[in-house]
Design a protein around this ligand. Sequence first.
Ligand code: F1P
Length: 349
Amino acid sequence: MNGQHTYHEIMTQPDAWAEALTAFTAAAPHLTVRWQTLSPAQVIFTGCGSTHYLALSAAAMFQQLTGVPARACPASELLLFGQTIVTDPAHTLLVAISRSGTTTETLAAVSQFRQSKGRGVWVITCYPESPLARMADMVLPAVAGQEQSVAQTRSFASMLLLAQALAAHISGQDWTVLHELPAYGRDLLRHTEPSSQQLAGRAELTRFTFLGSGPHYGVASEAMLKMTEMSLTAAQAFHFLEYRHGPMSMISGETALIGLLSPTDVGLPAAAHERQLMADMAAKGATILSLASEDGDILLPGHLPTWAYPVLYLPPLQLLAYHRAAAKGLDPDNPRYLTAVVTLDTAVF
Ligand code: F1P
């Protein structure tokens, strides 16, 4: 059957989330001391493809919670344009994220950072014995996130959860609230599959656009990548209000606009602006799907701290991409032209 691995990996991810949190429990007692010893002035999160998008969300959360300047970049940019990203390696912590731990650009970027006397390297990976993990001072493992599919689903969510736990723990939050998420993940998978499948099957929708802001922009970008690689459907991702600055000119009856709405209870003006934007775009003819606690088409649980949410947007959006691929007769396990790991000739670096 087409896509059986991907489907299985999506549906079993809450168990992998729980295992990742168990691993984090073991690492947590040492983390604060390690962090205080390093005391970096800047944190860089890096990865490739999916794990670059993960880095975007991780960096946003990390800076928001800790107050320490953090940014994300693709490993290739760190490698080839490092001076546009790192100013002072001796006071910089690099957090490298990779499902496989073997992607050439990520390995080469970490190696170069080491040679430039970088302050420290932490790694989030599904393979704690991998070459990347062996280069790290500290590894956060998500072993149960390992998968057979090319496209990352269970692995991405498990590693994102570790990044959420890391930011929360370093900033002194009670990260153990994340233990509630696997149960919410199971509920979301069970209850949202029919609506994801229904939207995915609408053949007149030819363009899927994902909107997310702050820590959710990276997740929106990952949803865009899932839709692109699994279902070969034109997909884009934008920060919410950026959508008004040009991209909305593309709206037609063929547009599905999917909003990863910010929680309403944080007193941020973002939540109101995002909801207004979705309403305005619906009036222009886009088909709208909003994910939010309280008032979403897809309802996320309420009353969690804001930093607990990013991983919860993933299950319905992964199912959307999977069912879109299935509706088009494609095999989401084997996206066209892609391999699970990109291996490049290191001689050129
Ligand atoms: C990252 C990667 C992505 C690609 C695909 C498979 O590998 O190769 O570049 O988009 O999703 O994974 P990794 O470094 O996380 O193993």
